[in-house]
Design a protein around this ligand. Structure first.
Ligand code: NI
Ligand code: MN
Length: 228
């Protein structure tokens, strides 16, 4: 079973699971300053939506409508997407997992906001813990560090994707703490360098991950991939 993670810039990723494409938080060019591709360039069979902020959901409706992808989101966002014309939605909520054809997808808590671009209530923000292709992959979503990441880490995480930008989410210092709680084999940073308030030195962060944790840091530029 092959599992490849591709970074699209900011906090948008694709996970290729034996040719099935899972897109996390669709936010592409031209609105995403870090992205090289537009939503029209992207394949999607599933879309995972961590929360309702525009830098995560801007391209969800057009991508879902063009591809017919199933969107997995919290109940409030799933209803909102349905009202916007997305036909295939699967509502879940924090702490709840479901056996989808790709594997078990569990929503995890996050400490953040989730208001939708039109001001609608987007419920609680979350992350996703996936059991896919024999691996466990965790997308924290936008969040502060929290000590219950220790419980999420008890699952035995192969790959964790964490924000490091500071200002809107945890920054480099707190991400090191999160890595110690989560104990992933590999960690990929996101949500940095998109705008001036979240500028970070990812190489310096990776040096610290090497020095201070047991995880292997993998820094990806837009459209670069990592195969587990
Ligand atoms: Ni956000
Ligand atoms: Mn964000």
């Amino acid at each position: 079973m092959a599992l490849t993670l591709t970074f699209h810039g900011h906090a948008t990723f694709s996970l290729d699971i034996d040719g099935t494409h899972v897109v996390v938080d669709p936010f592409f060019a031209p609105n995403n300053p870090m992205a090289k591709k537009t939503a029209a360039d992207i394949s999607a069979d599933y879309i995972l939506q961590t929360h309702g902020h525009g830098d995560h959901i801007a391209d969800t409706v057009p991508l879902a409508q063009r591809t017919g992808a199933l969107v997995i989101a919290n109940f409030e966002i799933a209803n909102w997407l349905g009202a916007k014309g997305v036909e295939k939605v699967h509502p879940q909520h924090l702490g709840g997992g479901y056996n989808h054809p790709i594997g078990y997808v569990k929503m995890t808590p996050a400490l953040h906001g989730s208001g939708l671009p039109d001001g609608s209530y987007g419920g609680m923000p979350g992350g996703f813990l996936l059991h896919v292709a024999g691996k466990k992959v965790y997308f924290s979503g936008d969040t502060a560090v929290f000590s219950d990441m220790k419980l999420i880490g008890d699952a035995g995480i192969d790959l964790a994707v964490l924000p490091i930008g500071d200002n809107f989410t945890m920054g480099p210092d707190d991400s090191l703490l999160a890595i110690k709680f989560l104990r992933p084999k590999v960690v990929v940073p996101c949500h940095y360098n998109t705008w001036p308030p979240i500028e970070q030195d990812a190489a310096a962060w990776a040096e610290r991950v090497h020095a201070e944790t047991d995880a292997t840091p993998i820094v990806l530029n837009a459209e670069e991939s990592y195969t587990l």
